[in-house]
Design a protein around this ligand. Structure first.
Ligand SMILES: [Mg+2]
Length: 429
């Protein structure tokens, strides 16, 4: 058996090289995945007879993360993850699941279109509905990959890269209001761990310089605090490390504009959501009037959320959240749309490692991938390593190695997940 496999590998690679489709040096890294995947194709399962039998869910992080489990008549299980607008979405999963039962999971794009258009108004969906659909859709890709013996990136058309660069969304340890020194220390710690890019928040609701908790115009003292914090980061990490700044869409247009101009000498990778995500005209004005790259997208849904933003030049970089934007197929379509405008794709990521690895398959499959988010707490909170089973380190020196296993390539430890399920919330029921 081993000989047969070896011979088949040799012929497959030789055929590709002989046809001049790939050079000898890239052959190993790009053809191996496909060849190995072909050899792994499951003979125990008959993909043509595969049917969905049950769709259930569980929640972690106080309901912030939704995990969807799709079971089949052949014992194969698919997993999907969604975040943010998913709290209390148990009945939505059940409803979508009832529509999926008896169907083959091998058509994620078609099922996503059925779900998207099958609710009210023939497709004009957003928010919770799209987030839940995202987890269901990802679980379908996971199942399809497992049934056919190929990783999700292969189903998405293959990969541009083997490793996914991540930036560290950095948590600052301080007593209340962090000082520039606190920022600098956190930045140095992240770089010491091997990250080549860091991100910091500068929106502080408890900034003592604020006069009113509802008004989000930053005065001179607050602007000073913002600038000094990030200047300390730049000084601490030097000129070669990428620095991103997040304002969480909280400020008004004047402040967003002023902060973007203020940050220009600090050569940021991007300034994220300087104003709320919705108004493309304001984004366009800020983007066009500053050399600081502006980034938007974690609160936009489906490809439609990005059409006008991209067409009007309302952002320099997009950062869709791939656990809520509409699915892995939809995420690839969004990335490809951005690529037509020469806009980089830098996904937001606040999910579990299941969501992180699912995102990695999309990031690998598009040319314009720039960098993906990674959370400091995923390195320190044991829950993240317990609930998702992966046989390699999750992140190493600022990169995630793309899984070559069938499907998304990670598994869920249901026992551990039950331990972390918030009280009163369902666990795969
Ligand atoms: Mg953000």
């Amino acid at each position: 058996m081993a000989n047969k496999h070896n011979r088949r590998s040799f012929f497959s690679k030789a055929a590709l090289a002989g046809a001049g489709l790939i050079g000898a040096s890239s052959l190993a890294s790009y053809a191996d995945g496909l060849v190995a995947a072909k050899e792994r194709t499951s003979h125990a399962s008959a993909p043509s007879d595969l049917k969905i039998t049950n769709v259930t869910c569980a929640f972690v992080k106080e309901g912030h993360d939704l995990l969807v489990k799709i079971e089949t008549n052949q014992g194969l299980v698919g997993w999907g993850n969604a975040v943010d607008a998913v709290n209390g979405s148990y009945y939505m999963v059940r409803n979508m699941g009832n529509r999926l039962k008896g169907q083959s999971p091998l058509n994620p794009n078609r099922i996503q279109e059925d779900l998207r258009k099958g609710a009210f108004f023939g497709g004009a969906q957003s928010g919770v509905y799209v987030s839940v659909m995202t987890a269901v859709e990802a679980a379908l890709w996971d199942l399809t990959g497992k049934a056919l013996g190929v990783p999700v990136y292969q189903l998405l058309g293959g990969k541009f890269r083997d490793k996914i660069r991540v930036y560290c969304d950095t948590v600052i340890k301080s007593n209340g209001n962090p000082t520039p020194d606190d920022y600098a220390r956190a930045a140095k710690d992240a770089v010491k761990k091997g990250y080549t890019a860091v991100k910091f928040d500068i929106d502080h609701a408890n900034d003592p310089n604020k006069y009113d908790k509802y008004n989000w115009t930053a005065g001179p003292a607050e602007l000073d605090r913002m600038y000094n914090s990030i200047a300390a980061v730049r000084q601490a990490v030097g000129p070669k490390i990428d620095v991103c700044v997040d304002m969480h869409g909280r400020y008004d247009a004047t402040t967003g504009h002023r902060v973007a101009k203020l940050m220009e000498p600090l050569n940021l990778m991007w300034l994220e959501e300087p104003v709320p995500a919705d108004n493309v005209d304001v984004y366009k004005r800020i983007t066009q009037e500053t050399s600081t790259p502006i980034c938007n997208g974690e609160n936009l849904y489906l490809g439609y959320g990005f059409t006008r933003l991209l067409a009007d030049g309302g952002t320099d970089i997009i950062m869709p959240d791939l656990q809520k934007a509409g699915g892995l197929g939809e995420a690839q379509r969004i990335a490809n749309l951005a690529n037509l405008y020469y806009v980089p794709f830098s996904p937001h990521m606040v999910a579990t490692f299941l969501g992180a690895m699912a995102s990695c398959h999309v990031c690998a499959s598009v040319p314009n991938f720039q960098i993906m988010e990674w959370q400091t707490y995923m390195d320190t909170d044991p829950m993240f390593k317990e609930i998702v089973i992966y046989d390699k380190p999750q992140v190493e020196k600022g990169f995630i190695t793309l899984s070559d296993k069938p499907g998304i390539g990670v598994d869920i430890n249901e026992k551990a997940l039950k331990k972390y399920t918030p009280q009163g919330m369902p666990v795969f029921a």
